[in-house]
Design a protein around this ligand. Structure first.
Ligand SMILES: [Zn+2]
Length: 353
């Protein structure tokens, strides 16, 4: 499968936090040459069959995407819901979603709100509240929604978007590039390095529940106790609302290295090492300092004995909405940088961080 096709398959899969199993199964089935194991929180660990006696390097990506969960089925057949992950109310109404019932069937719906025809002048000026929105699957009664479609409290809900690729600009559009981009990158790096001798043991970690508080990563860091961690993230691009001078996350301009966010101050020795590897291999990068947001790096760097960690972002426009855009060049550069880091790491280098 080529890299773009792999990203397409991953993007079109559904995996709300805690309900990542379709993504996990797809990755497991695609990594036949590896020893793959899932734990109870839905983390998947991908190991080479020829593990050596050397330091462990976690290549982390998260499988979940922002979504919702069924809170209640109303008497008129509509569905009330709670958020799973960081949504802003302006990005929710009037979008198509899919609900996965406990039989594993996907049912399409639309996020409905009071039509403008019935709004008062005052209501038209205000943002709706989440508990005023419902999902309509076209039914007209509780019985239809429950008996015909099998919807139950607790069913996960995700955006209903199909992937597309524009070769003219080498840009992809789809949902959940935060963080199926990371998943595709980790899979590619594991495959590309499988027959290469390394001085470290890479373990692919497909972690769960990042969007609700980095929960899978916390378990993963405790389970495999890596000596070094590389986090791959579809992180927010800023190039369509900042000028070119202040933008630090433009699509197509290189991978993004975070020096700070709300969960981690990056180790400057690790940053310098990664920048040098990028420079030596002509891999473009953008360095960003962010006041908010966090990644799984927030858990790894303070786990166990303290794990040297780097977060490699792939700038992605409009994450935490239905439609996201990313550059194939950044995707390929992230794979290359990850591979070059694995080839360069040794126990002596890691011990000096
Ligand atoms: Zn993410």
């Amino acid at each position: 499968m080529n890299k773009i096709k792999l990203l397409e398959e991953l993007s079109n899969l559904h995996g709300a936090p805690g309900h990542e199993i379709d993504v996990v199964e797809f990755i497991k089935n695609s990594m036949n040459d590896f020893n793959c194991k899932r734990d109870s929180i839905n983390n998947l660990y991908i190991k080479r069959n020829d593990m050596i006696d050397g330091p462990i390097v976690a290549l982390d990506c998260h499988s979940d995407e922002v979504g919702f969960i069924v809170e209640n089925i109303n008497s008129n057949g509509t569905i009330s819901f709670l958020p799973l992950g960081g949504w802003h109310i302006t990005n929710i109404p009037a979008h198509s979603v899919v609900i996965k019932n406990f039989k594993g069937e996907y049912i399409k719906g639309v996020v409905a709100s009071k039509p403008p025809h019935f709004m008062t002048a005052e209501e038209k000026q205000k943002l709706p509240k989440l508990d005023e929105l419902v999902i309509d699957i076209g039914t007209s009664s509780f019985e239809e929604t429950v008996n015909l479609y099998g919807i139950e409290v607790g069913n996960p809900i995700t955006p209903d978007v199909t992937f597309s690729y524009d070769p003219k600009i080498e840009v992809v559009r789809g949902k959940a590039f935060d963080n199926r981009l990371g998943c595709a990158i980790v899979m590619e790096i594991m495959k590309e390095t499988n027959n290469i001798h390394l001085n470290v043991n890479p373990i692919g970690v497909v972690s769960s529940q990042e969007e609700v508080g980095l929960r899978g990563a916390q378990v993963a860091a405790n389970t495999i106790k890596p000596d070094f961690a590389i986090i791959f993230e579809g992180s927010p691009a800023d190039d369509t609302f900042k000028d070119a001078f202040s933008s630090k996350g433009a699509i197509g301009k290189g991978v993004q290295l975070r020096v700070i966010d709300a969960g981690m101050v990056s180790n400057p020795r690790v940053q310098e090492f990664v920048k040098n590897i990028a420079r030596n291999n002509n891999i473009p990068f953008q360095v960003i300092a962010r006041s908010g947001g966090s990644t799984n790096g927030g858990k790894y760097h303070i786990a166990d004995k303290s794990i040297p960690t780097v977060v490699i972002g792939i700038p992605t426009r409009y994450i935490h909405t239905h439609y996201t855009y990313a550059s194939i060049k950044d995707y390929e550069n992230a794979i290359l940088l990850g591979r070059k880091l694995l080839e360069a790491l040794t126990v002596d280098i890691i011990n000096k961080f």
